[in-house]
Design a protein around this ligand. Structure first.
Ligand SMILES: [Zn+2]
Length: 117
């Protein structure tokens, strides 16, 4: 059996880590305080623009992760944790141990990853 409380704490810690990373990113973004329409204007500092793009890419990645984390937490609340969102089957215990935020079984996650590309 899985210890759902332990897993919940693990997931919550992951969520907090993600939130503070996103917060830090925003401070690093050279354009965070600037009107976004200014970005395309000629004469924009190239290194600042590059820095901004890096931040956006990274932030999107972190936000995707955060979404998964929050979905896993919702599933714990609804007591559907550990059940694949796609096929409704039980997710492998070993998989949940390795990745507590998993909301799909391995097979379906691979399918989804394939479609993303
Ligand atoms: Zn599945």
């Amino acid at each position: 059996m899985i210890d759902i409380n332990k897993i919940r704490i693990q997931i919550e810690q992951k969520r907090d880590a993600l939130l503070s990373k996103i917060g830090r990113l925003k401070r690093d973004d050279p354009f965070a305080q600037t009107d976004r329409s200014l970005i395309v204007e000629p004469g924009t500092d190239a290194s600042a623009l590059f820095g901004h793009e890096q931040v956006v890419v990274l932030e999107n990645k972190l936000r995707d992760e955060l979404k998964e984390v929050e979905r896993a937490l919702t599933k714990i609340k609804k007591k559907t944790y550990g059940v694949c969102e796609k096929c409704g089957k039980q997710i492998d215990l070993a998989r949940l141990m390795a990745k507590p935020t998993a909301i799909y079984c391995l097979r379906d996650e691979r399918e989804i990853e394939k479609k993303k590309r």
